[in-house]
Design a protein around this ligand. Sequence first.
Ligand code: ZN
Length: 192
Amino acid sequence: MSVLHKILNSILFSISVLVFSSPALAGPLCALGQGGHGGADIPATPLAHQQMRSVAQALCQKFKCPYFDFAQTQTTKNAMAWSDASGNYIRYNSSFMNGELQNRGFYATTGILAHELGHLIDFSVNTANQNQATREATADRYAGCAFALAGEPRENLLALAQSLQAMGSSPGYPTAQERVALVLIGYNQCSN
Ligand SMILES: [Zn+2]
């Protein structure tokens, strides 16, 4: 086995460990739109795992990613990420994600997961209090960055942009237009 293969395998192993580690519940720091958590966790689907892995492989080669737990839950309206003393968590609602997958496509749900992982990286780097709009802007930039690092062409951001437009504007969030711009800024910052 080549050194590269060994490194790759060890990266894949750490990602599956962080994806399958044990769940816990705590206060939300990000929720795309309204919603909450507190319901039972359900294992993420194979497709969601695959997307989460590819997002982690892209972002975690450049940024220090915290270990996190990933699952679906019906009590989250769409997707969310939070960090607390017990760990780092990403949760998504399968009805929401299936809808985005069908209506906007594969790269929309990939982008949503990238946004959530962006929050976890941001939480671990910027521990000072920040308002929600700043947090969301940063996570959107990470989402765009993930696409650039994965070598995706810029047009694959279109599905995510459509998804952000469809979610509309929520209080405390940048507007949909601003969010699309932030995703593009993130993409450009991480290109080459
Ligand atoms: Zn967010």
